[in-house]
Design a protein around this ligand. Structure first.
Ligand code: BJW
Length: 303
């Protein structure tokens, strides 16, 4: 196939629709770009800085050990942001795909709870990196699976403020403004062991993902060939998430479909025959791409 007709096949919406209609076993691997249109920043590239800190540098057990107050402010702010935005049409489109195709399974790296708020059927959703709204003890087995208190405690109140002047950044986000030094005694402590700090129930670098969840995903992938993998709004940089598309591929059968604001030349080159790439905002692309199966997206959060 000439290069231009190969690229045309990769981006053909009618060919994608034909494949989607015939696909039963579908996997999605989602990342921060899925929630970008809701107003939440991604990790890498523009928006990935928080007060001059790289967001990924704060997402580590080492950062928490070194400065739990700073890391808690970062997470308290992200909890506040996530509570104040809404799922976008891409979250609703995936939730509807799950209802229309029982063989669809969504693996999301996002911790913002927006899939859940878009009513994605829980049995078809794996939250790989946990949730901003679950809490756990740093040491003992205590967990609180769902806590939306905002602020979580008085010391974290600066993260739950709205800007007094909308034209100016929040003092919390302005690196030239000093942060109050939060003492460990002011941060949430485990109500069970009563000794240790509580931390966000998310998965940081170097930490294991939930083993039962990983086993279930492996079992699902190995059960039968997968027809399609949708790789949506992720830089595919972080493992194990980044490995699932190729793990689920059966040559000649599986279409790997990249939906991303930016698809690099290298990404295009690595696509196989039958793969697809759609460049743009996932919140606009997914309703159109999934339309023939899900119909029109009607996003309504229930109370
Ligand atoms: C849009 C858009 C729009 C923008 N529309 N698109 C194998 C090889 C090498 C290393 C490892 C390996 N296996 C494991 C590791 C170690 C490590 C790892 O992957 N390291 C890499 C740096 C290589 N993995 C781990 O440590 C994991 N644990 C583990 O595997 O345990 C066992 C083990 C440990 C150690 C060694 C070996 C085995 C745990 C990973 C936990 C990741 N945690 C974080 C933080 C979660 C909590 C929080 O949210 O704060 O997860 S880091 C951060 O990155 C977060 C994200 O979920 C994750 C992925 O980021 P994502 O979602 O892809 O976001 P971005 O910003 O990178 O990309 C956004 C994309 O959207 C871009 O492409 C944009 O273009 C696009 N976009 N707007 C569509 N509108």
């Amino acid at each position: 196939m000439a290069a231009s007709s190969a690229r045309a096949a990769l981006t053909s919406i009618p060919l994608f629709h034909e494949k989607l209609r015939k696909s039963n076993r579908i996997l999605a691997v989602c990342g921060a770009g899925l929630s970008a249109a809701s107003g939440l920043p991604t990790f890498r590239g523009a928006g990935g800085l928080w007060r001059n800190h790289n967001a990924v540098d704060l997402a580590t057990p080492e950062a928490f050990d070194a400065d739990p107050g700073l890391v808690w402010l970062f997470y308290a702010y992200r909890r506040h942001m996530a509570l104040n935005v809404k799922p976008n049409p891409a979250h609703y489109a995936l939730a509807e795909l799950a209802r229309k195709k029982p063989g669809f399974r969504c693996l999301s790296q996002n911790v913002d709870n927006l899939h859940v708020r878009a009513h994605h059927p829980p049995s078809q959703l794996s939250l790989l990196h946990g949730s901003l709204f679950s809490l756990k003890c740093t040491t003992c087995p205590w967990t609180d699976p769902y806590n939306t208190a905002d602020p979580l405690c008085p010391a974290l109140a600066p993260a739950a403020e709205s800007s007094p002047d909308p034209t100016k950044p929040l003092p919390l986000l302005d690196p030239s403004q000093p942060l109050a030094d939060i003492k460990e005694s002011e941060l949430p402590h485990c109500p069970d062991c009563k000794k240790e700090l509580v931390r966000p129930g998310v998965v940081w670098f170097g930490e294991m993902l939930d083993e039962q969840m990983l086993e279930d995903i492996d079992e699902w992938i190995e059960q039968e060939p997968v027809d399609m993998v949708l790789v949506i709004g992720t830089s595919s940089f972080v493992y194990p998430a980044a490995g699932y598309a190729e793990r689920a591929r059966t040559e000649g059968r599986t279409s790997v479909v990249t939906v991303n604001l930016e698809i690099t030349g290298k990404d295009w080159e690595s696509m196989a025959e039958g793969d697809f790439g759609f460049e743009g905002d996932a919140s606009l692309l997914l309703p159109e791409l999934l339309g023939p199966v899900i119909g029109e997206v009607k996003g309504e959060e229930e109370g």
